[in-house]
Design a protein around this ligand. Structure first.
Ligand SMILES: [Ca+2]
Ligand SMILES: [Ca+2]
Length: 466
């Protein structure tokens, strides 16, 4: 079992909402790309500020009494950030705003934007350095999507084409390779992306295929739903909102949406894609009354935010209430639990494993806490089903999943997965503008089609420049 509560070491901390507010102010800053700025953006070691943090101090609600509450601080921070944009806090000759936009530290004079003079023509005669190089990208594409390198003849053929025809060839090859077993089949590229979201455990694998010694749930259903939502112009958001399940056939692999599956007990009204699959509930809720682990896993897996790393903190005033007497109101814990607990409340009626009622497993049980967990604390039954995601009120898990799926965080996390798989690392500051353009088009123009997004990704310099 994972620890039920998250508490931070040490007592003097940076303001927990700072990263979230910073990123709402500068959503396309590299420091906010698939993550949030770390404490040392503003601090030497919290609470001691670096020169950038110190410069902000006088602009933070100057007339309000100290110390500022988290709420007052979060309200005042955007104004303070704006007030010092044109200053050069660390005296390295580059303004704070430019450093924020270029992804260097405004509080560290040794960190300055590199003017990449690295790309001189003729440096690497085999490739078109600094520009997208079709030959290079084509080679990479066949390896990444089909799992085989191009033949010499294929490369020669590509080289003979015009630039436009080269791109058209790459588009066609992308569409061909994403039908390959290497891309969509069992343990293929898509399944690899799903591993950290599903967290399979062989011992607990149910179902005929690869059955474990202590079968709990058939998580191949979860892989099937994930893969289906990533393929064939389907809507990627449905990995967390689907009301359907997905059946997988093999030789060749085919995924088909179906209204029910014998292995999946959740009633349609309470389904939220893989978040409420049998495996997710049994494994992430497990025996807990307050399913914090299920909420934080969904937050990390689909929205890219890890509360244990102080990412995605949106403290809700008056929280945490500690309905289950887990001790989360201690200052070092409250910093995370003011976000995590309201994120968890909508899961209050989702049952994990309960030895007293086997038929309730992985089901939505109205009054679950009242029925099974009233012994945990005198106030646990007061736990509301309404909670908060990104500071927004959500009445149940289905709403939680919808708000999450429509957020920028979802699009950023989804594209970051593919960026890491294909480019080989999370977006760097130099790649940030291409990365931001890619996730914004994924969300807008492409309507959450991974297939269409991938056609953009293979055209980026990050992918195609050697
Ligand atoms: Ca500077
Ligand atoms: Ca600097």
């Amino acid at each position: 079992m994972l620890a039920a509560t998250l508490c931070l070491a040490g007592d003097a901390l940076a303001k927990p909402p700072a990263g979230g507010v910073f990123c709402s102010t500068y959503p396309s800053a590299p420091a906010c790309t698939g993550q949030q700025p770390s404490c040392n953006y503003c601090h030497v070691a919290p609470p001691q500020r670096n020169v950038f943090g110190a410069g902000l101090g006088p602009h933070l609600a100057p007339n309000a009494p100290r110390p500022l509450s988290d709420t007052d601080f979060a309200y005042a921070l955007p104004t303070a950030l704006k007030a010092v944009e044109l200053e050069d806090a660390d005296g390295d000759g580059v303004s704070n705003l430019v450093e924020i936009q270029r992804g260097t530290f405004p509080g560290d004079p040794t960190s300055v934007p590199a003017d990449t003079g690295l790309c001189q023509a003729g440096e690497n005669p085999r490739y078109d350095v600094c520009r997208h190089d079709a030959r290079f990208a084509y080679k990479r594409l066949l390896l990444d999507f089909c799992g085989v390198p191009p033949t010499y003849a294929q490369l020669e053929e590509l080289s003979a084409l015009s630039r436009d025809d080269q791109l058209a060839r790459m588009d066609a090859e992308l569409d061909r390779c994403t039908t390959s077993e290497f891309w969509r089949g069992k343990n293929g590229q898509l399944w690899k992306l799903a591993h950290p979201k599903i967290r399979p455990v062989g011992t607990f694998k149910a179902g005929e295929e690869d059955k474990g010694s202590n079968p709990l749930g058939d998580y191949y259903d979860d892989y099937a739903l994930y893969a289906y939502t990533q393929l064939d112009d389907h809507d990627a958001r449905e990995v967390m909102t689907a009301k359907y399940f997905v059946r997988r056939e093999t030789h060749p692999t085919r995924y088909t949406a179906v209204p029910t599956l014998p292995t999946q007990p959740m009633e349609e009204a309470y389904r939220a894609g893989n978040i409420t699959s049998r495996w997710s509930l049994l494994y992430f809720v497990m025996f807990s009354a307050m399913p914090r682990n299920a909420a934080s896993q969904a937050y990390r897996a689909y929205l890219g935010l890890d509360i244990a790393k102080q990412e995605g903190l949106f403290s809700v005033p008056g929280e945490p209430r500690d309905y289950d007497h887990a001790g989360v109101t201690a200052p070092a814990c409250a910093a995370c639990h003011a976000t995590l607990d309201p994120l968890t409340y909508p899961f209050r009626n989702y049952q994990g494993i309960n030895i007293y009622d086997l038929s309730s497993w992985a089901r939505y049980v109205p009054n679950r806490l009242e029925k099974f967990y009233s012994y945990v604390s005198p106030i646990i039954t007061q736990t509301p089903e309404t909670g908060y995601l990104f500071g927004q009120k959500v009445n149940n898990v289905v709403e939680w999943a919808q708000v999450g799926a429509n957020s920028d965080a979802f699009a950023i996390a989804a594209v970051t997965d593919y960026w890491k798989l294909l480019v080989g690392h999370p977006p760097t500051p130099e790649e940030n503008s291409e990365f931001v353009a890619t996730w914004k088009r994924f969300k807008g123009t492409h309507q959450y089609s991974v297939q269409r997004m991938l056609h953009d990704l293979i055209r980026t310099e990050a992918y195609g420049a050697p």
